[in-house]
Design a protein around this ligand. Sequence first.
Ligand code: UFG
Length: 342
Amino acid sequence: MKNILVTGGTGYIGSHTTVELIGQGFEVIIIDNLYNSEAEVIDRIHKITGIRPHLEVLDLCNQEKLDAFIKKHKDISAIIHFAAYKAVGESVNEPLKYYRNNLLSLINILGVMKLYGIPNLVFSSSCTVYGQPEKLPVTEDSPLQPATSPYGNTKQIGEVIIKDTTHSNENIKAISLRYFNPIGAHPSSLIGELPRGVPENLVPYLTQTGYGIREELKVFGNDYDTPDGSCIRDYLHVVDLAKAHVVAVKRLIENKNKKNYEVFNLGTGNGVSVLEAIRSFERVSGVKLKYRIVGRRPGDIEKIWADPSFANSELGWKTLSSLDEAMKTAWEWEKVVRSNKL
Ligand code: UFG
């Protein structure tokens, strides 16, 4: 049985990935500082899988503590590194907080990999590295644009740090996964996205509005150069996204990677507008959503969706869930969270 270290494993994508890893027979160790998640997520992973992964509450920026922990767990086959701050708006106001946390944690992870001979890394990157692409859909070869937020910049710099490390050290292999917009929750409704305070992202805002926690959803602009004027994204089910991590980790462990450092886009290949997402929510929930068109949100990309064909052919991975299916799980999760049934 292979041991996988998942950083940020109690978070949104990390918890879903842990469930999929356990389902595929991996042993998972989680490191998380619980900055944006709850330790109870471990209980729920246990409920879903029947297995309770070890949770080490540890801040990855603390090199000494990380070092001491890894020293005791030298049999780790791969690290999946999710742990990071991710609020775009906050990163603009507090850039140092973002650069310090997201980059130092990554550097420390790569440091222990080198020191203790851990050979494989899967990194959470983002389609934010493409900015507003000139050509759509976006392939992995599309030019990267200067980041529009410190958060986005930490993903770009993070990719460079990993690339340089794999080039300088042939014992370290890595895959960066550039996520498009993950949404939805596990079909058990035991884990899902749990934003603290007012959500920044569309789908949690949408489901909270549907439930009556928010008065109305503000649609940020309907004057974009898109068919209905609202922004377009590529929304993928978080369980599909989680499965891609298992495939990526296996590729590295089984030495099936073609280069020491590889990058994959993870999306559905379908562009969906904000207004289409609202209609999907209304369809699956039966709830009429209160929304209002307001001005554009500064820094928003007009339209972006993935060309996932490289991930399809090379990883043998593709998304299986439709927008409606993913939206339905987001709605079921919202209802479970609000009715205190967790
Ligand atoms: N939107 C609204 N109203 C809201 C929230 C969002 O209309 O209340 C719109 C946005 O304008 C955008 C779309 O819904 O057009 C999606 O917005 P999100 O905030 O959900 O997602 P983004 O694509 O803007 O950002 C996401 C991640 C970031 C990441 C970025 C690019 O949240 O972490 O994708 O990868 F940087």
